[in-house]
Design a protein around this ligand. Sequence first.
Ligand code: SF4
Length: 398
Amino acid sequence: MCIPIRSLIRQFQFISNSMEDTKTTSLCHICYRHCVAERVTKEDGIFLNKTCPVHGESSYLIETDKDFYKQLGYDQSGYSIPQGIMVEVTDKCNLNCPHCYHGPDNKTIDKPIEQILWQIENRFDANAGAVILAGAEPTVRKDLPELIQRTKVLLKELKRPEDVCILTNGVKLSDRKWTKMIAEAGTNMVMIGMNHHSYQGEKVHKKQLQAIENCIAEGIFVYYVGYTLEHIDHMEEVLEEIQSLGNRAWQYRIRAGSDIGRSPDEPQFFLSDHVKLIKSICDKKGWTWEKKPADDNLYHYMVNINGITHRIIQWSDPKTIDMEQLKCGPWCDFVPGKPVTNFLHQIMLRDGHVNKGQPLYDTVPPQYLFKPENIDYEVSEWTWKSWEESKQKQSSIV
Ligand code: SF4
């Protein structure tokens, strides 16, 4: 039986309801070994103290605002962390973003469809949720429609949810005929990554905006539109664009770059910095700000602005990663020879191993691995209602 995409599940039992100093696990940013760590509140902020067995002790500031940190909490009644399984289907990309965590290589040869299907079948199980085809940029694969079709067939055979999502920069989806083709192949959801309009130039930006319209017109649910900021002073225009897009996505995401993959040398931002900046812009413009019960953690903060859901994000990096905050999906199989773990953890390991050529000396502590038996399928009333409402609103737009 097909479970609808709204069964993309939430998982809450791992995450404490409020933020407290705790022992945790981090990475050594030099050798990428997993190492013991502790979150510690001090006078000037929250620090992550850690000890690598080879490279010794280190300490990093992870949040400057102690009051903000303490009020971050997970509310079981309110929101869902999307689960889903992510598989890289290509290392190629048609853009060249300065803040890319992946680091595309257009000289590589795409892995065969059979290998991707093997990963989906053998590295995850039915409890993991929708299949998210990721890259670099999945739409550059010429055989993507075939891959989507065969993924659907496999999911049907395995009696799993037949949900196939594409994580994309949207450029290719500006072609309505092509969007129709992948919709007919079985794509039922997209996640579109964007930037401020000056980031890639107006031409690319217009294509990405057109992609949103095309997806909705072809019945593909726009799960989120995410913005990666090049400069913090782009925030206001990005927020204005989100207001103009309104109901075209279930959720909008905003984040600045962090030190994973390509990362120009920029000042470090903390989640509280983003939240305060966005709140000040909302106040100036007279926009409503409604904090919703959410799956907030050190890296995510959810708020409705004028009724539109915003997920404000600031990722950690290998110096500041706190694995206790990453016992949730989306679950990824990005690192050759390593088990399936959370997305943020995977992109760091992949960056160290694939991009920087760093050997990976240890495995992942078991408490952070994907364990289907630990996933809770309860879907809150709020989430069901919210997804249904969003789909209806999207279909009424085009
Ligand atoms: S961020 Fe995405 S769109 Fe940009 S270069 Fe990387 S893979 Fe391509």
